[in-house]
Design a binder for this molecule. Structure first.
Ligand code: HEC
Ligand code: HEC
Ligand code: HEC
Ligand code: HEC
Ligand code: HEC
Ligand code: HEC
Ligand code: HEC
Ligand code: HEC
Ligand code: HEC
Ligand code: HEC
Length: 300
C-alpha cells in the first residue's frame, strides 16, 4: 500500500497530506523523485485548464485541504506530478494521471484513499460490493462539478441500478423520490459487512431503526414479523398497497391453509372482497398485546 496509508494512523492531517503527495509523486514522478518530485503547481495548470482550475478553486478540496494554489498540494494530489506533462505541452494521457473509464478502478480509488482512508465508514471499502465490482470513487463523485463533491442521491444510484429505479416508481414505495429517505439512509455506499450493504447488522435490524413500533416483544407475536419483514414487504417498492409482496389474501395464504379456517368467517353483510380481507378480522398483523385469546389470533 501507499506510504500515506500507514502514516494515516499516527500523523496529524497536515503532515498526512504532505505524505500523500510525496507518495503520489513517487508513483508518477519516477526518475525525478530526487528532483523536487516534478511538481509544478496549480497556477501552471490553470494556463491550459482554466475550467478545471475554476471548479477546483470552488471545491471543498481547495478550501479545506489545500494550502494554496501555488503549492504541490493541489491538482497534483489527484493527478500526480505534472512537470513532464507541461514540458511536453500537455495532451491526453501524456504523463498525467487521469480518471478515464479505461483506467484500473482500484488504481483510481487508491488516489483518493491516500487521504480518505480514515473518512468515517471507509474502513469497509475494500470488501464492499462496489469496490469488489470495480466501481471506483469517481463513478459516484464528480470532482469538477461544483462546490460539494457529495453525489446526488438517488440520481447517481439510479444511473446504474435501473431495476431499483423501476421499483421506486411503483405505486407503493419508500418515499425516495419524495426525498424523505435516500438510498444512503439505508445503504452504506462505501461498503458494509451486512447483507445488501445495509446500515445495520442485518436487513431486519435496519427496519427497526425507523419503525421501532414494529419491534417486539408483543404478548402475541406473529412469527414472520420477528423473523423477516421482507417475507411480506418489498422494501423498494410494490404495486400492492403498503409495500406488500402480494395482495391479500394470497399473501397470507402462502403460509396459512385457508381450508382449515374456523366456522363461518363471514356474515351475510360481507361483500365478496371483504370476506377475503383477512385484515378486517386480523388487524394486529404485526403482533398483539391484547390480554385475551383474541390477541393470540391477532383479531385485536
Ligand atoms: C481531489 C481530486 C482532484 C483534484 C484536486 C483535481 N482533480 Fe482534476 N479530475 C479529478 C477527477 C476524479 C476527474 C475525472 C472527472 C470528474 O470526476 O469530474 C478529473 C478530471 C480532470 C480533467 C479532465 C477533464 C475531462 O472531463 O476530461 C482535467 C483537465 C483536470 N481534471 C484538471 C485538473 C486541474 C487543472 C486541477 C487543479 C486546478 C485538478 N484537476 C484538480 C480529480 C481531481
Ligand atoms: C501547456 C498547456 C498545458 C498545461 C500547462 C497543462 N496541461 Fe493538462 N493537458 C493539456 C492538453 C492540451 C491536454 C489534452 C486535452 C484534450 O485532449 O482534451 C491535457 C490533458 C490533461 C488531462 C487529461 C484529460 C483527459 O481527458 O485525458 C489532465 C488530467 C491534465 N491535463 C491535467 C493537468 C494538470 C494537473 C496540469 C498542471 C500540473 C496540467 N494539465 C497542465 C495541456 C496542458
Ligand atoms: C490531498 C488529500 C485528498 C485527496 C487526494 C482527495 N481528498 Fe477528498 N477531501 C480531502 C479533505 C481534507 C476534505 C475535507 C473534508 C474533511 O475534512 O474530511 C475532502 C473532502 C471530500 C469530500 C466531501 C465533500 C463535501 O462536500 O463535503 C468528498 C466527497 C471527497 N473529498 C471525495 C474525494 C475523492 C472522490 C477523491 C479522489 C478522486 C478525493 N476526495 C481525493 C482530502 C483529499
Ligand atoms: C456508490 C457510490 C459511491 C462510491 C463508489 C463512493 N462514494 Fe463517497 N459518497 C457517496 C454518497 C452517496 C455520499 C454521501 C453520503 C451522505 O451524505 O451521507 C458519499 C460521501 C463521501 C464523502 C463525504 C463524507 C461523508 O461520509 O459524508 C467522502 C469524503 C467520500 N464519499 C469519499 C469517497 C471515496 C474516497 C470513495 C472511493 C474510495 C468513494 N467516496 C466512493 C457515494 C459513493
Ligand atoms: C457505476 C455504477 C454504480 C453506481 C453509480 C452505484 N452502484 Fe451500487 N452496485 C454497482 C455494482 C456493479 C454492484 C454489484 C453488482 C450488483 O449487486 O448489482 C452494486 C451493488 C450495490 C448494492 C448491493 C450490495 C450487495 O451486497 O448485494 C447496493 C445496496 C448498492 N449497490 C447501492 C448503491 C447506492 C446506494 C448507490 C448510490 C449512492 C449506488 N449503488 C451506485 C454499481 C453501481
Ligand atoms: C428503506 C430502506 C431502503 C432504501 C431507502 C433503499 N434500500 Fe436498497 N435495500 C434495502 C434492503 C433491506 C435490501 C435487501 C437486503 C437483503 O435482504 O438482501 C436492499 C437491497 C438492495 C440492493 C441489492 C439487490 C436487490 O435488488 O435486492 C440494491 C442494489 C439496492 N438495495 C439499491 C438501492 C438503491 C439504488 C436505493 C435508492 C434508489 C435503495 N436501495 C434504497 C433497503 C433500502
Ligand atoms: C431510514 C428510515 C427507514 C428505514 C430504515 C425503513 N423505513 Fe420503512 N418507511 C420510512 C418512511 C419515512 C416511510 C413513509 C412513512 C410515511 O410516509 O408516513 C416508510 C414507510 C414504510 C411502509 C409503509 C408504506 C406505505 O405505503 O404506507 C412499510 C410497509 C415500510 N416502511 C416497511 C419497511 C421495512 C420492511 C423496512 C426494512 C427492510 C423499512 N421500512 C426500513 C422510513 C424507513
Ligand atoms: C405477515 C406479513 C407481514 C410481515 C412479516 C410484516 N408486515 Fe408490515 N404490514 C403487513 C400488512 C398486511 C400491512 C398492511 C396493514 C394495513 O393496511 O392495515 C403492513 C403494514 C406495515 C406498515 C404501514 C402501516 C403501519 O402499521 O405502520 C409498516 C410501516 C410496516 N408494515 C412495517 C413492517 C416491519 C418493519 C416489519 C418487520 C418488523 C413488518 N412490517 C413485517 C404485513 C406484514
Ligand atoms: C411467511 C409466512 C406467513 C405469512 C405470509 C403470514 N403468516 Fe400468519 N403466521 C405464520 C406463522 C408461522 C404463525 C404461527 C403459527 C402457529 O403458531 O401455529 C402465524 C400465525 C398467525 C395467526 C395466529 C394463529 C394462531 O394459531 O395463533 C393469524 C391470525 C395469522 N397468522 C394471520 C395471518 C394473516 C392475516 C396474514 C396475511 C396478512 C398472515 N398471517 C401471513 C406465518 C405467516
Ligand atoms: C370474518 C372474520 C375473519 C376473516 C375475514 C378471517 N378470519 Fe381468520 N380467524 C377469525 C377468527 C374469529 C379466528 C379465531 C378462531 C378461534 O379462535 O377459534 C380466526 C383464526 C385464524 C387463524 C388461526 C386458526 C387457524 O385456522 O390456524 C388463522 C391462521 C387465520 N384466522 C388466518 C386467516 C387468514 C389467512 C384470513 C384471510 C384469508 C382470515 N383468517 C380471514 C376470523 C376471520
Amino acid at each position: 500500500m501507499k506510504r500515506g496509508n500507514i502514516f494515516a494512523h499516527f500523523v496529524p492531517l497536515s503532515l498526512l497530506l504532505l505524505c500523500c503527495t510525496l507518495a503520489m509523486g513517487g508513483t508518477t514522478g519516477g526518475k525525478e523523485s530526487n528532483d523536487k518530485m516534478g511538481f509544478i503547481g496549480a497556477l501552471t495548470c490553470k494556463d491550459c485548464h482554466e475550467a478545471q482550475y475554476n471548479s477546483y478553486a470552488k471545491s471543498i478540496h481547495f478550501k479545506k485541504s489545500i494550502k494554496g494554489p501555488q503549492s504541490q498540494d493541489a491538482c497534483e494530489t489527484c493527478h500526480g506530478a505534472g512537470a513532464k506533462h507541461v514540458e511536453k505541452g500537455g495532451g491526453r494521457d501524456v504523463d498525467i494521471f487521469t480518471f478515464d473509464k479505461k483506467k484500473d478502478p482500484k488504481e483510481k480509488s487508491a488516489r483518493c484513499l491516500t487521504c480518505h482512508q480514515r473518512t468515517p465508514g471507509m474502513d469497509l471499502w475494500e470488501m464492499g460490493a462496489h469496490n469488489r465490482n470495480d466501481v471506483s470513487c469517481d463513478s459516484c463523485h464528480e470532482l469538477h462539478a461544483g462546490v460539494t463533491q457529495k453525489p446526488k442521491d438517488p440520481e447517481v444510484c439510479f444511473g446504474c441500478h435501473r431495476d431499483i429505479k423501476i421499483e421506486a416508481n411503483k405505486r407503493s414505495h419508500h418515499p425516495i423520490l419524495e426525498g424523505k429517505v435516500r438510498c444512503s439512509s439505508c445503504h452504506a455506499p462505501h461498503g458494509s459487512l451486512s447483507k445488501g450493504m445495509v446500515r445495520a447488522d442485518d436487513p431486519q435490524q435496519l427496519c427497526y431503526k425507523c419503525h421501532a413500533d414494529k419491534r417486539g416483544p408483543a404478548a402475541w407475536e406473529h412469527p414472520p414479523v420477528e423473523e423477516d419483514c421482507q417475507s411480506c414487504h418489498s422494501v423498494h417498492g410494490s404495486n400492492h398497497a403498503r409495500l406488500l409482496n402480494e395482495r391479500i389474501p394470497q399473501l397470507c395464504q402462502n403460509c396459512h391453509d385457508w381450508s382449515r379456517h374456523p366456522g363461518t368467517p363471514y356474515d351475510n353483510k360481507a361483500t365478496f372482497s371483504s370476506r377475503w380481507d383477512c385484515l378486517r378480522c386480523h388487524p394486529s398483523i404485526h403482533g398483539s398485546n391484547s390480554p385475551s385469546g383474541g390477541g393470540m389470533r391477532h383479531v385485536r
